[in-house]
Structure formats: C-alpha cells, structure tokens
Ligand binder design. Structure first.
Ligand code: CMP
Length: 140
C-alpha cells in the first residue's frame, strides 16, 4: 500500500484558491483517497491543534480555522508525508517565497496563520489526524 498523509486546505484558501491548489495536488501525482468539505467547530480546531495550546497565536489559529469550510483529504503516494510537506513549502509564506517559490504556500498563502494548507509532520501524526477527521484508516 502507498503511504498516506493528511492534508487540509484552510478556510481562507478554500474561498480564494481551491481549484489551483487541487490542480497542484493532482499534478504532483497524489491520489485523493478521501475528501470532504467541512466546517470545523472551535472545539475540533482546538483539539486538532492541541500541541500548539498555550502558544501566543493559538486563539488566532482557531479563529482562522473556523471562518468557513476547510477541505480535508487523505492523500496517497510513495513517501506521501514528506512529498506533501515539500509541496506545501515552509510554514511562513515570506520564507516560502524566498526558498521554495513553486510551493503552495509561496503561491497561495495569505499570511502565516492563513497559510493555505496544513499537512502532517510524520506518519504517526498522519494516522492520528486521519482518524480524527474520518474516523478510520483507508484500506489502500
Ligand atoms: P499549520 O501547518 O496549520 O500548523 C500549525 C499552524 O500554526 C501553522 O500552520 C501556522 O499557521 C501557525 N503558526 C506556526 N507558527 C506560527 C507563528 N510563529 N506565528 C503565527 N502562526 C504560526
């Protein structure tokens, strides 16, 4: 089976750049194993980002994640976790523009909070997030 990662298009980018981001996902060779559009509640966003609780940007991060629907996906590809992180680019769009101009964040991020997309850091994180969002792991 191909490796799976969890990917999310943040609300601001769903409004402004959804089709362009989906085009880059497909062009990079990812299979979309699961996809849904969903409004995260504040409770879901806080749980999802619980590792960032206590950081100065936590409340604003929850605000930004609850301003509209997110697109939530399971992406499959060899080395999917790493490959999706590479396609996203650095967290900070200003750094992304300098070091990774072809990346999604360089091209479509609004700022460091509404930075277009999210992705898992490692396989354990991917398993946790896929279960959180879809309640199960996909078979293929
Ligand atoms: P994301 O991949 O969604 O994971 C956590 C998010 O926290 C990150 O993208 C950024 O949107 C946000 N974030 C991380 N570091 C900072 C920071 N220093 N200032 C503001 N927001 C940040």
């Amino acid at each position: 089976p191909k490796e799976q990662t969890f990917a999310l298009i943040k609300p601001e980018a769903v409004k402004t750049h959804k089709d362009e981001i989906m085009k880059k996902v497909k062009e990079a060779g990812f299979s979309i194993s699961k996809i849904k559009e969903q409004d995260l509640t504040r409770e879901m966003a806080a749980q999802f980002y619980k590792d960032h609780k206590g950081k100065p940007f936590f409340d604003e991060l929850v605000d930004c994640m609850t301003q509209g629907p997110s697109v939530i996906m399971v992406l499959s590809k060899e080395n999917a976790v790493e490959e999706w992180r590479h396609l996203m680019g650095p967290t900070d769009p200003e750094e992304a523009k300098k070091t990774c101009p072809e990346s999604i964040r360089a091209q479509f991020a609004h700022d460091i909070l509404s930075n277009a997309v999210h992705g898992s850091s490692n396989i354990e994180d991917a398993v946790r997030s896929i279960k959180f969002a879809f309640g199960e792991l996909d078979a293929d």
